[in-house]
Design a protein around this ligand. Structure first.
Ligand code: SF4
Length: 334
């Protein structure tokens, strides 16, 4: 804990976080899907625990085991399959010189602000990340601040995790105020999926922090499918826009979830309707236990080529792959 928590009122988003589904039978029962023969799938929670907030589950189609949102979060027996080339640390992140801080891009630094996420996406490239060895505390964050002071070439701080919005607003407020004291820092970017799965996470306090900061603020959401954008999320995004926060989206191309032209076009259109610009479309990071989500590069290029025909340029995300140790994301050329 970074600052004395306000114990008087627990924010709505924290209550909803605590009510998340952690058992597959509970989630499927909620969705009116048969729980027969699910034991083998449920076992995959041993590999990566299950966590699904109820507001996200409510966006799934009752009775549909193939719902594109359910498939992203449902443990599967396929996670036990091992496949050549799929490894535990595809982006080479587990051994950083300064734990909790990654300085792989010249002017940007990525800071692990909070470990853990509100939702455990089965395809996550960090599903094997040793969060327990990388928990965040205030003295570590102070070391990061010192690093930022010592490296004047850094002008942008990216808060990541886990999910940085798992931190309480008073902790975020403190850290932003410290960043503002460092003259070379101009931008603050927050990479998060939390508001997508629990829209009440966009609190007035969070909006005020962003609005009142001298830093230019950017929120990069992680939305893979248009069905993830609820009216509640759209309302929250409006508040962020009013707080002068730039909204971008990154998605991952996922087999049998969003790897077709219509789904990608609908996603881009819907993102724009709610004030978000498509930023990146990532090729799948080859993490062990999630090979069933992988989309071949040739198929990805085919989908992307057709998106170019269907969408205006400003609604086209950049198709990229991340390669461990590379100084930037690698654009995929058609
Ligand atoms: S929210 Fe992001 S970091 Fe967390 S499990 Fe999902 S993909 Fe991974």
């Amino acid at each position: 804990m970074i600052q004395q928590a306000n114990l008087s009122v627990e924010p709505q988003w924290q209550k909803e976080l605590k009510q998340s589904f952690s058992r597959l039978d509970d989630l499927l029962s909620f969705l009116q899907i048969s729980t027969e023969n699910i034991d083998q799938h449920s076992e995959a929670r041993r590999l990566f625990s299950m966590r699904v907030p109820k507001p996200f589950a409510k966006l799934m189609m009752p009775g549909d085991i193939d719902d594109p949102l359910l498939k992203q979060v449902m443990p599967s027996v396929q996670e036990f399959e091992t496949k050549a080339g799929f490894i535990t640390d595809p982006l080479d992140e587990h051994n950083s010189a300064q734990p909790g801080l990654l300085h792989k891009y010249k002017s940007r630094v990525l800071i692990m602000f909070k470990t853990g996420c509100a939702v455990n996406c089965r395809y996550c490239f960090r599903r094997h990340f040793p969060y327990a060895d990388n928990s965040v505390n205030k003295s570590q964050l102070k070391q990061h601040l010192q690093y930022l002071e010592d490296h004047s070439e850094i002008n942008e701080v990216i808060l990541s995790g886990g999910d940085p919005l798992m931190a309480k607003d008073d902790a975020t407020s403190w850290f932003v105020s410290q960043l503002e004291l460092i003259p070379n820092i101009k931008r603050l970017r927050i990479h998060t999926r939390l508001p997508v799965v629990i829209p009440s996470r966009i609190t007035q306090a969070l909006c005020d922090i962003l609005k009142n900061s001298r830093l230019k603020t950017i929120m990069v959401l992680h939305i893979n499918h248009e069905n993830e954008i609820s009216p509640e999320l759209a309302n929250g995004l409006l508040k962020l826009k009013q707080a002068n926060c730039t909204l971008l989206n990154q998605a991952v191309l996922l087999k049998n979830i969003n790897d077709n032209v219509a789904t990608q076009v609908n996603l881009s259109e819907r993102l724009f309707e709610v004030g978000i610009l498509p930023y990146y479309l990532h090729l799948f990071d080859k993490v062990d236990g999630a090979s069933h989500f992988n989309v071949d590069e040739a198929d990805a290029k085919r989908v992307y080529g057709q998106m170019l025909v269907e969408l205006p340029g400003f609604l086209m995300p950049k198709l990229v792959r991340e390669i461990g140790g590379e100084a930037s994301k690698t654009p995929i050329s058609l």
